[in-house]
Design a protein around this ligand. Structure first.
Ligand code: FAD
Ligand code: DHB
Length: 389
C-alpha cells in the first residue's frame, strides 16, 4: 500500500490530523492497535479549550459538539471553607471552554472519516515504522499477514505507550519526566451534576473534582495513593470520600448513583524532545503528558495537530518546508507552557504525602494571592481557555 502520510494511532490526535489533511486532498492511512469499540470505551477528557473546538469545526466535525456541548465561562475552586469562582470569560477577554467528552468527539471524528471513505485500520498489530531518515515505510500485522505501507511522512500519534517515540534513537531523544505520588480515581455516573460549573476542591484529605459530561452524566474524581486499586473503592466508599472533601452545602446536594465507569489514572508530567526525527513527527500524548489538573492534555495535542496540519499543507501545496522544519521547536514552546500550568494547578490543589508545613503554607498563600489579584486570575484564565496557537 502507498499513501502520503501514515498516521500511527487512532485517538483524537491521529483522527483529527487525518480528517484535516483529507479535506485538503492529502492522502492518509491511520493505523490503530485497538478495536473502535475499545477506543470509544475509554473515558478521558471532558473539557475542550476554545482552540480545540475551532479545530473540530475546521475538520467539519463540530456540529454535534456545538449542539450538545456546554459552554463554560467559569469554574469554582473550593478551599479553606470558601468557594471562589474563576471568571474565565471576564479574565480571558471573552473566551470560554466547551464541556464535551473525548468519547463523543472521537466518535464524531470516526464518523467523519467513514463518511469520507478515510482509511482507518483497526486491530493493527506490531505496528513498526522503518527507515525514518530515508524513504519511510510502516509495517503492521493483521492475522498472519504482514502489510507494508510506503509513505512520505510518519506521524506518531499513538499516545504515551505507543511505538513511535520508542523508534527514535536514545542518543537523539531527551525525556523530561516528573511522576506525582498519587493518582485520580474517576467515576462516571448517570446522575445530575452537583454543580452547573466544575468544582476543583483542595482538601487536607486530598484533591477532588466535580466535573460533568452533560446534565444527566456526571464525572467525579478523588486523589488516591498510587498503591490503591479500583477494587479498593466500592461506589459507597467513593461517594463518602468525595462528600468529605467537598464544601458542606455541595456535599449536601450531591446526587449519587451506581458508577458506570471507574478507573485510576496516575499523574505524570512528561516531555520528549525533539518532536521530529527524520520523517517522523510526534504529536499529542506520544510526545508529552500532563497531569489532568487544568485539562491541558488533549488541548496540548490540538496545537501539535494545528502546526503539523499547516506544515504538511505548505509542503504539499507550496513546496514550502519551513513549517515542517520548525515544527518541533514551535510545538514544544506551547507544550512547555501547558506543562507549567498543569504542574502549577496540580501543586496548588493536591495534598502531597511528604509536604512540609512550609509547603502547605505556600499552597494556601498561592490560593489567597490568586483570589486577591486580578492579574493572577487573568493569568489562570488565559492558560485555562488555552494560549493562542
Ligand atoms: P491517545 O488518546 O492516547 O490515542 C493514541 C491511540 O494510539 C490510542 O487509540 C491507542 O490505542 C493507539 N496506539 C497506541 N499504541 C499503538 C501502536 N503501537 N500501534 C497503533 N496504535 C497504537 N485532556 C484535556 O485536554 N482535558 C481534560 O479534561 C482531560 N481529562 C483527562 C482525564 C483523565 C482521567 C485522563 C487519563 C486524561 C485526561 N486528558 C484531558 C488527557 C487526554 O485524554 C489525552 O491528552 C488525549 O487522549 C491525547 O490524545 P492522543 O490522540 O494524543 O493520544
Ligand atoms: C475533567 C478532567 C480534568 O482534568 C479537568 O481539569 C477537568 C475536567 C473531566 O474529565 O471532566
Amino acid at each position: 500500500m502507498k499513501t502520503s502520510v501514515c498516521i500511527i494511532g487512532g485517538g483524537p490526535s491521529g483522527l483529527m490530523l487525518s480528517q484535516l489533511l483529507h479535506l485538503q486532498g492529502i492522502e492518509t492511512v491511520v493505523l490503530e492497535r485497538q478495536s473502535r469499540e475499545y477506543v470509544l470505551s475509554r473515558i478521558r477528557a471532558g473539557v475542550l479549550e476554545h482552540g480545540f473546538a475551532e479545530l473540530m469545526r475546521e475538520a467539519q466535525c463540530g456540529e454535534r459538539m456545538d449542539r450538545e456541548g456546554e459552554i463554560h465561562e467559569g469554574f469554582i475552586i473550593a478551599h479553606n471553607g470558601k468557594q471562589s469562582r474563576v471568571d474565565l470569560h471576564k479574565y480571558s477577554g471573552g473566551s470560554s471552554v466547551v464541556v464535551y467528552g473525548q468519547t463523543e468527539l472521537t466518535r464524531d471524528l470516526y464518523e467523519a472519516r467513514d463518511r469520507m471513505n478515510g482509511i482507518v485500520i483497526h486491530n493493527a498489530e506490531d505496528v513498526q515504522p522503518h527507515d525514518l531518515t530515508g524513504k519511510p515505510y510502516v509495517t503492521y500485522r493483521q492475522g498472519d499477514e504482514i502489510v507494508r505501507i510506503d509513505c512520505d511522512y510518519v506521524i506518531g500519534a499513538d499516545g504515551f505507550h505507543g511505538v513511535s517515540r520508542k523508534s527514535i534513537p536514545k542518543n537523539v531523544l531527551k525525556e523530561y519526566e516528573k511522576v506525582y505520588p498519587f493518582g485520580w480515581l474517576g467515576v462516571l455516573s448517570r446522575t445530575k451534576p452537583v454543580s452547573p460549573e466544575l468544582i476543583y476542591a483542595r482538601h487536607e484529605r486530598g484533591f477532588a473534582l466535580c466535573s460533568l459530561r452533560s446534565q444527566v452524566l456526571s464525572r467525579y474524581y478523588v486523589q488516591v495513593p498510587l498503591s490503591d486499586s479500583v477494587e479498593d473503592w466500592s461506589d459507597e466508599r467513593f461517594w463518602e470520600e468525595l462528600k468529605r472533601r467537598l464544601p458542606e452545602d455541595v456535599a449536601g446536594r450531591l446526587i449519587t448513583g451506581p458508577s458506570i465507569e471507574k478507573s485510576i489514572a496516575p499523574l505524570r508530567s512528561f516531555v520528549a524532545e525533539p518532536m521530529r526525527y527524520g520523517n517522523l513527527f510526534l504529536a499529542g500524548d506520544a510526545a508529552h503528558i500532563v497531569p489532568p489538573t487544568g485539562a491541558r492534555g488533549l488541548n496540548s495535542a490540538a496545537s501539535d495537530i494545528y502546526y503539523l496540519y499547516h506544515a504538511l499543507v505548505d509542503h504539499y501545496k507550496k513546496g514550502d518546508d519551513n513549517g515542517l522544519d520548525n515544527y518541533s521547536a514551535k510545538a514544544l514552546a506551547r507544550v512547555w507552557k501547558a506543562q507549567r500550568f498543569s504542574w502549577w494547578m496540580t501543586t496548588m490543589l493536591h495534598t502531597f504525602p511528604d509536604s512540609l508545613p512550609y509547603d502547605q503554607k505556600l499552597q494556601q498563600t498561592d490560593l489567597d494571592y490568586l483570589f486577591s489579584s486580578e492579574a493572577a486570575q487573568r493569568s489562570l484564565a488565559e492558560n485555562y481557555v488555552g494560549l493562542p496557537f
